[in-house]
Design a protein around this ligand. Structure first.
Ligand code: HAM
Length: 418
């Protein structure tokens, strides 16, 4: 016999009983309330979109993309992140010609060929928001606040928001030069020098202690902002303070993507070990032009669903559950079975979550199925009950049994529905 097949390395299955879907939806709840419309872009795009969008110096583009050639000899890549695709979709649809900012939310799988470990997968799920077409600092604050309320709404208390400004086209070039001059004086290997030549900021993100030790006195972007970037950043911090969103300055924060300008942030959680980032994002005022579009400022974030689940676990917070069944109908006998089939259809049409014991298993087996179904009530329907016009409804938590007239069953169960 052939060996049983397993999910590919770095992937996992969402299985019954998982809070995955409820958590994913909860993370986007505040964005939906703030007018962010749902969008979906393809899971694969032209490779060039990510090469240009995410940036040639990033680990994502140089080492982690799942790239393949299709039958028409086109180079395609499974999306490693959502921002480039969502912006491409918005530009392609001309959304920038309508009301601004365009506010979008999305959810779905992303793919990075990273070394799998706890909280790090090759296919993982993000939820995200992107707000396009405005450089209003109040929008930056809204975006950061939406993530903070998404975490708080799930009951998480240990998420910290690290915020900094990465400057813009006016002040970053001079800072880059200063940083490059500083890095030139250090003892770095050839690969690191190569990265530094493409994007010196990347080196600040190098986790190796021997590199970090040399970076102690490195110049920081936060100290080199131009007046406009400084004013923008102060305005963002002012709005966040007024909104009651606690943030921590993070002048050494470097993100794994090259498109950021000005406001840049990460959400970290102490209970996750090495992969502490539960979410991150920032402004990307030059990305539209990188993609061949018009000048169009933007800001957004993406939150990792798996890491949010791990954070809930680390804090011992119960994740929101899947909606429970209200009724589980147990038919005993042929006539009762026929009626049960139409009864569950009627219950579902009336908005009552209902299921039925398939397989004609007899009372014992069917009641076991009712218990396992997680339903609140079992409706035990025998042929004799049909004739009598009433059936016992059993509360599966207390075991209490109440006879309910069949023609009142629907309203009775509707009243018990959440
Ligand atoms: P990112 O920081 O690369 O940003 O990813 C956002 C979040 O996705 C991370 O904080 C983490 O929770 C999760 N994540 C990333 N890689 C993995 C992985 N291999 N396994 C599990 N979870 C992972 C972005 O992707 C940007 N597009 C965010 C953004 C939106 N910036 C502006 N708009």
């Amino acid at each position: 016999m052939a060996a049983p097949l397993r999910a590919p390395k770095g992937t996992y299955d969402v299985l019954p009983g998982s809070p995955f879907l409820a958590v994913r939806e909860a993370l986007l709840g505040p964005a939906a309330l703030a007018g962010y419309d749902y969008v979906e872009a393809p899971v694969f795009e032209d490779t060039e979109l990510f090469a240009r969008g995410v940036g040639a110096s990033t680990d994502i583009v140089t080492k982690e993309m799942f790239t393949f050639t299709d039958r028409g000899d086109r180079s395609l890549t499974l999306r490693p992140e959502g921002t480039a695709g969502v912006l491409r979709a918005a530009l392609q649809a001309g959304l920038q010609h309508g009301q601004l900012p365009v506010k979008l939310r999305y959810a779905g799988p992303m793919f990075r060929a990273e070394r799998p470990q706890a909280g790090r997968f090759r296919q993982f799920q993000q939820v995200g928001v992107e707000a396009l077409g405005s450089d209003d600092p109040a929008l930056d604050a809204e975006v950061v606040a939406l993530a903070a309320s998404a975490y708080a709404g799930l009951g998480l208390t240990g998420v910290r928001a690290l915020v900094t400004s990465l400057g813009d086209a006016a002040c970053r070039p001079a800072y880059r030069e200063a940083l490059t001059a500083f890095l030139d004086g250090l003892d770095l290997d050839a690969e690191t020098r190569r990265r530094a030549a493409i994007n010196p900021l990347r080196v600040l993100d190098d986790g190796r202690p021997e590199v970090q030790a040399q970076l102690e006195g490195a110049p920081l972007m936060a100290d080199a902002l131009c007046d406009a970037c400084r004013a923008h950043h102060e305005a963002v911090l002012g709005h966040l303070a007024a909104l009651g969103v606690a943030v921590e300055p993070a002048p050494r924060l470097v993100r794994g993507l090259d498109y950021y300008t000005r406001t840049t942030f990460e959400f970290v959680h102490g209970g996750l070990g090495a992969q502490s980032a539960v979410g991150g994002g920032g402004r990307y005022d030059g990305l539209s032009q990188e993609l061949g579009g018009p000048p169009l400022p933007g800001i957004g974030w993406a939150l990792g669903v798996e890491r949010t689940l791990l954070a809930l676990e680390a804090e011992g917070v119960a994740a929101p559950g899947a909606p429970r069944l209200t009724a589980f109908v147990v038919p005993l006998g042929a006539a009762a079975k026929a009626r049960a089939v139409t009864l569950v259809a009627e219950l579902r049409a009336a908005g009552v979550a209902a299921d039925l014991a398939y397989g004609d298993r007899g009372l014992k087996g069917a009641m076991k199925a009712a218990d396992r179904s997680g339903a609140a009530y079992a409706v035990v329907l025998g042929d004799r009950d049909l004739e009598a016009g009433a059936a016992p409804v059993k509360d599966l938590r207390t075991g209490e049994q109440t006879p309910v007239a069949l023609d009142a069953l629907l309203t009775h169960l509707q009243e018990q529905s959440p």
